[in-house]
Design a protein around this ligand. Structure first.
Ligand code: HEC
Length: 146
C-alpha cells in the first residue's frame, strides 16, 4: 500500500483531524475567506453609479438641451481643447469670450470663424443643427464656465 498520501496527514491530522483521507481540505475549511473576497467588489459596485449624477443634465431645459447638443456635436473638439477650442469649465479660456454675450458667440458658432489659434467650423460641422440648438449649446458651455 502506498503511504505517500498519508504522510501529510500525520502532521496536518493533528490540526485537521477530519481532513485526513481527503485530497483537499473540506470546503467548510476554505470557503468563508473566499466568499469574503468575492463579496468585496459587489460592495464597491454602487460607487460608479454616483459619478454620472455629477454630470447629470442641468435643471434648466434649455441648458439640458444644450448639453445634449454639446455632447454629440461639440465635445469632440471642446472637451479636448483641440486647436484652442475653449473647454467648458475652463474659466480662463472663457473669461475673455463671455463678455461678447451668448448671442454674438452663437452667431459666430453658426457662421463659423477663424480664431487666433484655430478655426471653429460653421455649426460645429453639423449643418442639421438649428440656430436654437447652437444657441442652447453655447448657453450650456458659458453656464459651465462663468
Ligand atoms: C472641429 C472642432 C470644433 C467643433 C466640432 C466645435 N468647435 Fe467650437 N471652437 C473650435 C475652436 C478651435 C474654437 C476656438 C477658436 C479660437 O478662438 O481660436 C472654438 C470656439 C468656440 C466658441 C467661442 C466663440 C468665441 O466667440 O470665442 C464657441 C461658443 C463655440 N466654439 C461653440 C461651439 C459649439 C456650440 C459647437 C457644437 C455645435 C462647437 N463649438 C463645435 C472648434 C470646434
Amino acid at each position: 500500500m502506498n503511504m505517500k498520501p498519508f504522510l501529510p496527514c500525520l502532521t496536518l491530522g493533528l490540526v485537521f483531524l477530519g481532513a485526513c483521507g481527503l485530497e483537499k481540505p473540506p470546503a467548510s475549511l476554505k470557503f468563508p475567506e473566499e466568499k469574503k473576497e468575492a463579496a468585496a467588489p459587489v460592495a464597491a459596485a454602487p460607487a460608479p453609479a454616483v459619478a454620472p449624477v455629477a454630470e447629470k443634465a442641468p435643471a434648466d431645459p434649455k441648458l439640458a438641451a444644450g448639453k445634449a447638443v454639446y455632447d454629440t456635436n461639440c465635445a469632440a473638439c471642446h472637451e479636448a481643447g483641440m486647436m484652442g477650442a475653449p473647454k467648458p469649465g475652463d474659466k480662463a479660456a472663457w473669461s475673455a469670450r463671455i463678455p461678447q454675450g451668448v448671442e454674438t458667440m452663437a452667431k459666430k458658432s453658426i457662421a463659423g470663424f477663424q480664431g487666433k489659434v484655430g478655426a471653429m467650423p460653421p455649426r460645429g460641422g453639423n449643418a442639421t443643427l438649428t440656430d436654437e440648438a447652437i444657441t442652447n449649446a453655447v448657453s450650456f458651455m458659458v453656464d459651465k464656465s462663468k
